[in-house]
Design a binder for this molecule. Structure first.
Ligand code: FES
Length: 349
């Protein structure tokens, strides 16, 4: 079957083919071309796509991990309701089968092509389960692969475990797939109740320190798991995590007084847009203030959607993920991870 061809830059339109409730607070849905012959989607398990959805007349972009496996004719995503989650909650409540959405090509460095041994631990909480589910399904579908997988997932209650039945079936069908589920409230189930402490991780998976680990979930969960795994003696060279939280600036602190004397201007000739800001300001904020149509899906220097080029001026940056060496040389930056250090001229091409 032919492969779906992603454009290098820009979005494609895909249609929501099917949508169903996964739990009372999450939905899954699939995306495919609206018409024509079925095509296979190629990506690396663990990667995400950026969705663009028009909400109340404004295009909103967000990055979501894929939970399907490569070479399927539909992409699958699972989205959970979150407090103030404009796009996530729209998808849960209002996205319809048959609706068209914009999609940017799969991206992300959190994926199965990272070096890992024959024993891995996939750790997740809540909706962080999606990329590691894609990894697990892909490894299990490959009959030549013999990776031993321990899948450890944390959720609030048993009825909030996303893909619960699918996980149980996978564990029944594959000797090399082991599932452990920890619940905050385990009533109505045989699972352990509590938190994934070092002791709990050891109890579930005694050889966890000898494994490679892939971790995805809320920020606090990930920080705790990283600390636990490090303390248990895991080799952090084979520890990988996905974090969609804003990258911290590494630039020196600039005092308010000195900032007031350090105004810089950001000029975007293609759009005739100009805005004043201060030394150290993050470029994406200035571009948005200038109403320049730049996409910022993750705001964390991960997805690459905010790529633009600094044609004049000085800047610092905190992430170059997704940029090639040539692009970096040519002055391409990720606007969400780029800080203005002088007047800048920007091109979106
Ligand atoms: S918004 Fe994702 S890299 Fe900038």
């Amino acid at each position: 079957m032919n492969l779906f061809q992603w454009p290098e830059n820009g979005a494609v339109s895909l249609v929501c083919k099917r949508k169903w409730a996964e739990t009372s607070t999450s939905v899954s849905f699939t995306l495919a071309p609206e018409a024509g012959e079925p095509l296979c989607f190629d990506f690396i398990p663990g990667q995400f796509i950026t969705l663009g959805i028009e909400i109340d007349g404004k295009m909103e972009y967000r990055a979501y991990s894929l939970s399907s496996t490569p070479n399927q004719t539909e992409l699958q995503l699972t989205i959970k309701r979150v407090v103030d989650g404009k796009v996530s909650n729209y998808i849960v409540d209002r996205l319809q089968e048959g609706q068209i959405v914009s999609v940017l090509k799969p991206a992300g460095e959190f994926h199965l092509q990272q070096p890992h041994g024959k024993q891995i631990a996939l750790l997740s909480a809540g909706c962080g389960i999606t990329p590691v589910m894609s990894m697990a399904k892909t490894l299990l579908a490959n009959e030549d692969d013999d990776t031993d997988i321990h899948f450890i997932h944390a959720a609030t209650q048993v009825d909030q475990v996303i893909y619960h039945q699918e996980l149980i079936t996978m564990a029944k069908e594959h000797d090399r797939f082991h599932v452990s589920i920890m619940l905050e409230d385990a009533s109505g189930s045989d699972y352990l109740e509590g938190r994934l402490t070092q002791a709990a991780l050891k109890q579930y998976c005694p050889d966890i320190a000898e494994r490679s680990a892939f971790l995805c979930g809320p920020v606090g969960f990930m920080a705790a798991m990283k600390e636990n795994l490090e303390a248990l003696g895991m080799d952090m060279n084979v520890f990988y995590q996905e974090s969609f939280t804003p990258a911290e600036s590494t630039q020196p602190d600039v005092s308010l007084e000195s900032m007031s004397n350090n105004n810089v201007s950001i000029f975007v000739p293609d759009f005739g847009a100009q805005v004043e800001t201060q030394v150290g300001s993050v470029l994406i904020d200035a571009l948005e203030e200038a109403k320049v149509p730049v996409i910022a899906a993750c705001r964390s220097g991960i997805c690459g959607s905010c790529k633009c080029r600094v044609t004049k001026g000085e800047y610092t940056r905190t992430s170059t993920t997704t940029l090639t060496e040539d692009e970096i040389e040519l002055g391409f930056v990720l606007a969400c991870s780029c800080q203005a250090q002088s007047d800048l001229e920007i091109s979106l091409n």
